[in-house]
Design a protein around this ligand. Structure first.
Ligand SMILES: Cc1ncc(C[n+]2csc(CCOP(=O)(O)OP(=O)(O)O)c2C)c(N)n1
Length: 362
């Protein structure tokens, strides 16, 4: 396995002064050491496209950029790669993980498509890519950076499972006491009998599933940040049903524009609950920027009809079961961590979607 500090030091020696990105559990040691800031500054981006642009700005400012992302996030990065880096001819080093590598360890369904097309997509995009080997990685890193310097364009290192040696990292512990599990239990308890629950990617959907699988629960695995928009489309189509979206702070930040759309469409039957643990808990606990962002104020400014902060499970249940005028926003500070090791749903996303649709139309 690779020592993250040694890799970062080597990149810094090749002129990289700024790292940015969105976490993937495969990259936890590398991101933790980048955050520690020994060899370069780290910017916690809201989405991978933004990260490409931050790195481009750093290059204009005189230092090369490093973008850390999951294979799923390459989807978010396609637009700046084609319409920013390409026309302006701005280089970057992408370190992209390979979830669901064909022949690799079993992975979740939301990674299968990108896992099978990752190398082909990079090729179509014209981004030269090399797999980062555990043995002899130094030479591969140098080759990729030589290519970057030759073309002046983005290049990529593809990271497989268990490439980096684990590191220990300080995690800030917030003041919140409620757990995600307690919040989900309160929401389930208070959900009206005709209510529909839409849960965001990562631990939230998995922890909800662990509490008991139900046809009125949709686990939005993948498409990080899209759960509230899906809930909007559902709420607009089914105005007679109460739709509750359970979101994460990292997911909300990734597509914060969705709040403006929800505020403008103003569905009275939509309740948007954000479980804010201040971090990307599902990928190792790296901090998000909600320490400096007041999500409740953002929702209010976007036109949500009711906005509240709830810090206790009972109050949360009252708010979910009560008659808040929608679109309503509940900001719920929670502490990081899960109740034990979470199962991954055995029911497929396609089956979940169909039984959910059948229930809604019944
Ligand atoms: C586009 C994209 N980038 C990165 C990921 C990897 N990822 C999965 S869950 C997650 C963290 C989500 O954070 P948050 O919404 O705060 O929920 P928490 O994990 O804290 O429950 C990340 C970064 C992803 N699934 N999709």
């Amino acid at each position: 396995v690779i020592d993250a500090d040694r890799l970062l030091d080597r990149l810094a020696a090749r002129g990289i002064g700024l790292a940015t990105g969105v976490p993937c559990s495969y990259l936890t040691p590398l991101i933790d050491r980048a955050i520690a800031g020994r060899s370069m500054r780290y910017v916690a981006a809201a989405n991978e496209g933004e990260a490409l642009a931050v790195a481009a700005g750093a290059w204009l400012g005189g230092t090369a950029g490093l973008v850390l992302l999951q294979s799923s996030g390459l989807g978010n990065a396609v637009n700046p790669l084609t319409s920013l880096n390409d026309p302006f001819r701005i280089p970057a080093l992408l370190v992209v993980t390979w979830r669901a590598e064909p022949g690799g360890p079993p992975d979740e369904p939301q990674h299968h498509k990108m896992g099978s097309i990752l190398l082909g997509l990079l090729e179509v995009l014209g981004v030269p890519a090399r797999i980062l080997p555990v043995e002899g990685w130094e030479a591969v890193v140098d080759e990729v950076l030589d290519e970057r310097d030759r073309t002046g364009l983005p290049v990529a290192l593809v990271v497989r499972h268990e490439t980096f040696a684990p590191v220990t990292a300080e995690r800030p512990t917030g003041a919140a006491t409620m757990s995600r599990r307690d919040a989900l239990l309160a929401i389930r308890r208070a959900l009206p009998s005709d209510g529909l629950l839409v849960a965001t990617t990562g631990f939230t959907g998995r922890e909800l599933y662990a509490l008991g699988d139900r046809a009125d629960q949709l686990y939005v695995v993948g498409s990080m940040g899209c759960a509230s928009s899906l809930a909007l489309g559902l709420a607009l189509t089914r105005p007679e049903r109460r739709v509750v979206c359970v979101d994460g702070d990292g997911a909300v930040l990734m597509r914060m524009g969705a709040l403006a759309t929800i505020g403008a469409e103003a569905p009275r039957n939509l309740l948007h609950v954000v479980l804010d643990n201040g971090c990307h808990d599902s990928t190792g606990g790296q901090a998000t920027v909600t320490g400096t962002t007041d999500l409740a104020a953002v929702a209010a400014a976007c036109g949500y009809a009711s906005v509240r902060r709830e810090e206790r499970p009972d109050a949360l249940a009252d708010a979910v079961g009560g008659i808040l005028r929608g679109p309503a926003f509940l900001h719920v500070p929670i502490r990081p961590g899960t109740a034990g090791k979470l199962p991954r749903p055995v029911v497929t996303p396609a089956a979940v979607a169909r039984r959910f649709q059948a229930l809604v139309s019944a």
